[in-house]
Design a protein around this ligand. Sequence first.
Ligand code: NAD
Length: 297
Amino acid sequence: MAQIGFIGLGNMGGPMATNLVNAGFAVTVFDLSADALERLQAAGAKVAATAADAVKQADIVISMLPADKHVLGLYFGEQGILDSIPAGALVVDSSTISAESARELAAGITAAGRRFIDAPVSGGVGGAKAGTLTFICGGEPADIEEARPVLEKMGKNVFTAGGHGAGQVAKICNNMLLAVLMAGTSEALQLGRAHGLDPKVLSDIMLQSSGRNWTLEVYNPCPRVMPSVPSSNDYNGGFLVDLMLKDLGLAAKTAANTNSATPMGQLATELFRQHSEAGWGSKDFSSIFQSFEPQGK
Ligand code: NAD
C-alpha cells in the first residue's frame, strides 16, 4: 500500500488523514499545531518532527493548508520540502488556492522530477469526517487515476476538471455559488422569522419547494434548526468566514482574468467582508445569518 505524507491537519486535514489511517495506509503527518499532531497520533498516524521528515518515504504527498502563501512556502520556501520528496512521487494539493498558484506548483514540482495534481475538495467538515468529500482535480489523467484509490478513502466523488489549475477554477466557481446561496438563504430565513414564522417550519417548506439548496439540506444557518451543524454550536468549527472571504477574493481574481461578470459574487464578497470586520472572521461562514438580523432589534 502507498506510503502517505500528510501536511496540514486542521478542520479538514485532520479528519481526512484519520480516514486514511483507518483505511490501513501508512500515514506520516506534520502540522505546526501540537494539538493537531496529538490527535493524529492518537488516531494511529506516525508523527514527524518536520514537514520534510513527513514526506521522505512518501509515494504520495497530500497538503491541506489555508491559502496560497502557505502552500507555496511549504514546497518552495526557505524550509521548502520539494527536495525531500522522493523522485517520481505524486504531490496532491487539496487546499483551495488560486489556479495561478496551482500551475506554479505544477511547473516547479514537475521540473524537479516529481508529479503534481490540484485536488481541492467540497463537502465541508462533515464530509471530511464521514469520508464523503468531492475531489475536484486538475492535472494529468494518469496521475489523477493513481491518486484515485487514496482519494476514494476520503471522498465519494473524484472529478477531473481538466489540466493543472482546472480543479481550482471549478472549486472557486462552486464556492462563489455557495457564498451566494448561504447569504440568500440567511436573508430568506430572517425575513420569515421577522414575520413570526418558525425557522424550522420555513426551512422544511423551502426544502420541498423551489428554494431548496445545500445550505438548507445539510448546513442550516439558523441556530437550533439542525443539530450538529456550526450554527447550533455558536458557529464554531466548520468553514471560517475568513476562509470564505479568501475564496471570494480568488473568485474575483479568476473573474478579472477573463472579464467575466460576477455581480452576485461581488455582493457576497462585500457582505462577508463587512461580517468579518464586525468580528466574525474566525466563526463559521453560516454566521452570515446573524448579519441579517432586522435593524433596531
Ligand atoms: P484550518 O485553518 O482548520 O487548518 C489548516 C491547518 O494547516 C492548521 O492546522 C495549521 O496549523 C496548518 N498549517 C498552516 N501552515 C502550515 C505549515 N506551513 N506546515 C504545516 N501545517 C501548517 O483550515 P481548514 O478548514 O482545514 O481548510 C484547509 C483548506 O481547505 C483551505 O484552503 C480551505 O479553504 C479548504 N476547505 C475548507 C473547507 C471547510 O469546510 N473547512 C471545505 C473545503 C475546503
